[in-house]
Design a protein around this ligand. Structure first.
Ligand code: C5P
Length: 396
C-alpha cells in the first residue's frame, strides 16, 4: 500500500520515526510529508533513511508534476503522527496553506491522526470541537495516551505509542468485519431522581461506550447508542437515544435489542432507585437533621436481555469493580458473568482516580466459562477495538 505519513511540529515528531519504521517493516511504501515545524524537531535525513523515500515539505517544489495533489491522489492511507492542535484545527477547517493540507484535501484515502499536545490544549473547547468535526467526517483518532508530557506535567495528550499507531492505522485498511451487523451499545451513567432538582448518580462519562460505538461504526456496523446523561458529544454516524434513569434506559434498550446482533451494555446502571420521587424540592427545614431515603431495586437489564435473547445474539456486559487484588477481581468477574448470563464480560477496575471520566482504560474480558479471552490497556479507543475483536471472534 502507498501510505502518506504526515509529520507535524510537536516534540513527539521524533517518535514519528518509529511509526514510519513500523509501516515500512509491515511492507508498505511510505511517503513522508513533513511540515516546516516538524523538521525543527526531527531531521529530514532521518525521515528519508527510515521511510526509504524522499521527504516532501515545500508546497512550491515539484510544481511541474503537480505534487500538491499527486501525493494525496496516490495515497491508500494518510497517517498524521504527531498531529498538533494547529494541524488538527487546519484539517477541521479544510485549510490548504501547506503541502500536508493540500495532500489531505486532494486525497480520498482514509485519514488517521495521532494527536499529541499538552493536556490544556487537548482539552481546550476549540480542539475538542475540531476533533469532533474530524471524527464525524470519518477520521480515525488514535489516542492521545495519558502519561508523562514534555515538561514535568502528565495527563492526556501524550502521543500514543508508535506500535499502537501502526496497528490502528493498518486496521483502517483491513476489511470491515462488522458490515451488515447491527450493534446496540449503552453508555453513560443513569440518574435516579430524588426530587425535581436532585438525583443519585455515578461518575460514568460515557467515553468507553462511545468509543465502542464509534469503533463499531468504523468497522462497518449499524449502531444504536443508548446514552444515559452522556458527557461526550455524539456523532451523526449512529442513531442515538438519550435517556436519564435506569427505567428509561431499560425501556430504550429493550425496544432496540430484538433487532440487533450484538448488545454491549457499557452503561453504569444504578442498582437502586428512590422508592418515590418527591413532587417538590426536599426541604431541610422539614426533613430535619437526618434524612432517610428508601431505595428499591432496579431491574437487572443485562440479565433480562441475556435471558430473553434470540438465538445467536451476542451479549456483552461490563463490570466496574474497586477490588485491587487481581485474582479477587477476576473472581468477582467470574461470579458476575455466571449470574448475568452474558457471553462476554468486560472487567475493569474503577476508583477515585481510575476508570470513570478518564481517557484510558485497562480491561480483562472473560467468557462464560470464566476464561480470560483478552486483556487490553490503552486509550478507550484502543480498548474498544480490542473488545470488538473479541466480539468478532465469537461470530466466527
Ligand atoms: O451488577 P453490576 O451493576 O456490576 O453489573 C454491571 C453490568 O450490568 C453492566 O453491563 C451494566 O450495564 C449492567 N446492569 C444492568 N442493569 C442493572 C445494573 C447493571 O443491565 N440494574
Amino acid at each position: 500500500m502507498n501510505i502518506v505519513v504526515g509529520v507535524t511540529g510537536g516534540i513527539a515528531a521524533y517518535k514519528a520515526v518509529n511509526v514510519i519504521r513500523g509501516l515500512v517493516l509491515a511492507g508498505h511504501d511510505v511517503h513522508v510529508v513533513a511540515t516546516d515545524a516538524a523538521l525543527r524537531f526531527v531531521g529530514k535525513p532521518t525521515l528519508e533513511a527510515i521511510s526509504r523515500n524522499i521527504v516532501h515539505t515545500d508546497l512550491y517544489e515539484g510544481v511541474a508534476e503537480v505534487r500538491h495533489v499527486a501525493i494525496g491522489q496516490a495515497a491508500d492511507l494518510i497517517v498524521i503522527a504527531p498531529a498538533t492542535a494547529n494541524t488538527i484545527a487546519k484539517l477541521a477547517t479544510g485549510l490548504a496553506d501547506d503541502l500536508l493540507g493540500n495532500t489531505v484535501l486532494a486525497s480520498r484515502a482514509p485519514v488517521v491522526i495521532a494527536p499529541a499536545m499538552h493536556t490544556e490544549m487537548w482539552q481546550h473547547p476549540a480542539t475538542v470541537h475540531n476533533i469532533g468535526v474530524l471524527r464525524s467526517r470519518g477520521v480515525t483518532v488514535v489516542g492521545p495516551a495519558v502519561g508523562q508530557l514534555t515538561g514535568a506535567d502528565s495527563g492526556p495528550g501524550r502521543l500514543e505509542e508508535p506500535d499502537e499507531i501502526v496497528r490502528a492505522a493498518l486496521a483502517v485498511l483491513e476489511p470491515k468485519d462488522l458490515v451488515g451487523r447491527r450493534i446496540l451499545v449503552s453508555a453513560g451513567g443513569t440518574r435516579e431522581a430524588l426530587d425535581p432538582v436532585r438525583y443519585l448518580g455515578n461518575r460514568s462519562s460515557g467515553k468507553q461506550g462511545l468509543a465502542l460505538a464509534l469503533a463499531a461504526v468504523a468497522r462497518g456496523a449499524e449502531v444504536t447508542l443508548v446514552g444515559a446523561n452522556l458527557e461526550v458529544q455524539t456523532p451523526a454516524s449512529m442513531r442515538v437515544v438519550h435517556v436519564g434513569s435506569t427505567l428509561e434506559l431499560a425501556a430504550a434498550v429493550q425496544a432496540a435489542a430484538p433487532d440487533v446482533d450484538v448488545v454491549i451494555m457499557a452503561a453504569a446502571v444504578a442498582d437502586y432507585r428512590p422508592e418515590s420521587v418527591a413532587e417538590a424540592k426536599i426541604k431541610k427545614e422539614i426533613a430535619g437533621d437526618r434524612l432517610t431515603l428508601e431505595l428499591v431495586k432496579n431491574p437487572d437489564i443485562l440479565a433480562g436481555l441475556a435471558e430473553t435473547r434470540a438465538p445467536g445474539q451476542i451479549i456483552v456486559g461490563f463490570a466496574a469493580e474497586t477490588e485491587q487484588d487481581r485474582e479477587a477481581l477476576l473472581a468477582l468477574g467470574r461470579a458476575k458473568i455466571a449470574r448475568k448470563g452474558s457471553d462476554l464480560l468486560v472487567l475493569n477496575r474503577v476508583g477515585w482516580t481510575e476508570g470513570f471520566g478518564t481517557d484510558g482504560n485497562t480491561v480483562v474480558v472473560l467468557d462464560r466459562r470464566g476464561d480470560i479471552v483478552m486483556e487490553a490497556s490503552g486509550s478507550k479507543q484502543t480498548v474498544a477495538d480490542r473488545i470488538l475483536d473479541a466480539v468478532v471472534a465469537r461470530f466466527a
